[in-house]
Design a protein around this ligand. Sequence first.
Ligand code: PLP
Length: 280
Amino acid sequence: MSEYAEDLTTLHARHGRYPQANTVEDFRRNLAAVHERIARACERVGRDPAEVRLLPVSKTFDEAHLRLAYAAGCRLLGENKVQEAQRKWEAMADLHDLQWSVIGHLQTNKAKQVARFASEFQALDSLRVAEVLDRRLRIEGRQMDVFVQVNTSGEASKYGLVPDDVAAFVQALPAFPALRVRGLMTLALFSADAARVRPCFVLLRELRDRLRASAPEGVSLQELSMGMSGDFEVAIEEGATVVRVGQAIFGARAMPDAYYWPTADAAPHQEATPSLATSH
Ligand SMILES: *Cc1c(COP(=O)(O)O)cnc(C)c1O
């Protein structure tokens, strides 16, 4: 085990206390530090860091800070909530090569907006949303990369498909040709215990491996989007190809995570009394 990520408790001790990035230099330094952590995690398991895409997550931060991130090189930003993402997209329309990835749960009535401005949607977990997205995208004459969100933690109120439902869901996706299916996405259990976080990532990878062979024509299950500031090294060790990192780049968020994840505690990455937990 010693070649694996340092104890998650250590990672979590750093996490949540990330200082605010307030200059382009701060962003450059934080991005470099994250890339370094990615490289070290890859090295431990013999992976090529080029296989891992860093998706900076800018939710809760204001336009001025997003512009600093852009100046430091970020060209794709992840946002959890549609309204917030849309507002930022409109405010920053002058940055023509800045793209948006929506990584949070989507209601059908918001799918129309997402089809207008997002280049990627990572939280697909309903055929109704797929249908609305596809219809709007075809009207707009464009396509969008999508990830199927899977609930790997068993937490009742977490979004995402139950693992057993993913195979049938994926079989239905060729009906929506404007959606370019790239892979699977998950949020791990909120725990400082690597032994409990890792199985979520393993489950997603094994599911992907199992489904890849039978994936319908045009549906790619290559990608695994998993891992955030507090646990992305573990996710990379288990095969992540996309890591979604906010606080390690932008700084600790003031907004409680509960605002974004109904089950999360106010403090980032504390125990969220998951239903699967048998002991503490
Ligand atoms: C906020 C968020 C992240 C990033 O979390 P950090 O702790 O800021 O790294 C990743 N994925 C999703 C779905 C999020 O909402």
